[in-house]
Design a protein around this ligand. Structure first.
Ligand code: UD1
Length: 372
């Protein structure tokens, strides 16, 4: 029996790596890895394969950037050919990017069973393109693999059948736990002249935060305030870099030597940076979860989160985009009153194994013993 995995964008790679590894170790399933090419820069893609021990993709579709319709449609056209050629017994998609929903639509129409890893997350804001991708993918998936119990509840509320829903935990945390020690041995802090717990990290890439100059300008001013107290390392996403230069906002960096823009980082380098940070400011989804797993205070620069467990149980605080509110929350965190939390259930490094076992049960193949 054959499983096809789809990856496309940066946040997909760390979710697929543990599943791929666990399937290889525990089951006789054949695996094919397809990279849509939604992300294509070396620093947004290739470096993650080597950092995570993910084999090179069997098929690379080279889709690239475009409008949502262009990117999704091009991916669908190419994936249909590949699915018809390889005839998989199961297609597995992760997360909520355009590559995820494209693969979900194509596999469903070809009547190929579909598994969605990270099912059931909801921000309840359709202004967020990922929310549309989540809702559509979950509606179509035969196996809904959830990272937290709130996701199960969301799916049940939407009328999805309980026997399709399986709580497996957070597979991205498998990658984090497997890599943390190795990451912290890298000379990342030293090369940036930083002391452990003596700096903050910031990331921004949501269209709603970076495409509007007023919002982006406000966020940069709040981040500059943090940088007046502590060095802030800011790995800049290509979308954000483009917007900062188009909108002439680069002076925020020139005026402030403690605000340090750097290129996007590889998985291990970035983990070394986040795991030893004092505070993280972000609009990323994955980073809200990683900070909760690491116990590092996180300020989420968005109005809502699809990952409420990171607020209820973890170290996350959703502070929106008002610069005053961000400054105030950052000051509190830097004064030692950052949020403390606990690690949620099943964020234990074994989600990939649970998923591999579920896939083999679903496809009725015999389960091997754990070799690793
Ligand atoms: C995508 C995902 C988002 C995820 C993010 C992580 C969707 C709808 N969005 O957003 O959920 O959080 O990835 O990074 O799928 N670009 C490059 N090099 C690259 C990739 C992109 O320069 O390798 C630039 C291009 O100008 C492109 C822009 O970034 O137009 C946006 O890329 P795109 O993949 O459309 O969306 P992201 O903002 O990266």
């Amino acid at each position: 029996k054959k499983v096809i995995h789809i990856v496309g964008a940066r946040p997909n790679f760390m979710k697929v790596a543990p599943i791929h590894r666990a399937i290889a170790a525990r089951t006789p399933l054949q695996q094919i890895l397809i990279h849509t090419g939604q992300h294509y820069d070396v620093k947004m893609s290739d470096v993650f394969f080597s950092d995570l021990g993910l084999p090179a993709p069997d098929v690379h579709l080279g889709i690239g950037s475009g409008s949502h319709a262009q990117q999704t449609a091009r991916t669908m056209v190419e994936l249909e050919k590949v699915f018809l050629e390889h005839k998989p017994d199961l297609v597995s998609v992760v997360g909520d990017v355009n590559s995820t929903v494209a693969a979900a639509l194509v596999s469903s129409k070809l009547a190929i069973p579909l598994a969605h890893v990270e099912a059931g997350l909801r921000s309840y804001s359709r202004h967020q393109p990922e929310e549309i991708n989540r809702v559509v993918t979950d509606r179509l998936a035969d196996l809904l693999l959830t990272p937290s119990r709130d996701a199960d509840a969301n799916l049940l509320k939407e009328g999805l059948e309980p026997d399709r829903i399986h709580f497996v935990g957070n597979v991205m945390i498998d990658s984090l736990l497997a890599s943390k020690e190795r990451a912290e041995q890298l000379p990342v802090l030293k090369s940036l002249g930083l002391a452990p717990h003596g700096y903050a990290v910031c990331t921004l890439h949501r269209p709603s935060n970076v495409d509007d100059p007023r919002v982006l300008g406000g966020l940069l001013s709040a981040i500059a305030h943090v940088a007046s107290r502590i060095p802030v390392v800011f790995p800049v996403h290509p979308r954000t870099r483009k917007m900062i230069s188009e909108q002439g906002l680069g002076s925020a960096f020139e005026r402030n030597p403690n605000l340090r823009p750097v290129d996007p980082m590889g998985y291990l380098e970035f983990l070394a940076l986040t795991s030893q940070a004092r505070l993280i400011l972000t609009d990323s989804g994955g980073l809200q979860e990683e900070t909760t797993a690491l116990g590092v205070p996180c300020l989420t620069l968005r109005e809502q989160t699809e990952r409420p467990i990171t607020v209820e149980e973890g170290t996350n605080e959703v502070v929106g985009t008002d610069p005053d509110r961000i400054r105030e929350a950052a000051d509190r965190a830097l004064n030692g009153q950052g949020k403390k939390g606990r690690v949620p259930e099943y964020w234990d490094g074994r989600s990939g194994e649970r998923i591999a076992d579920l896939f083999s049960r679903f496809l009725s193949v015999e389960q091997g013993s754990l070799r690793a």
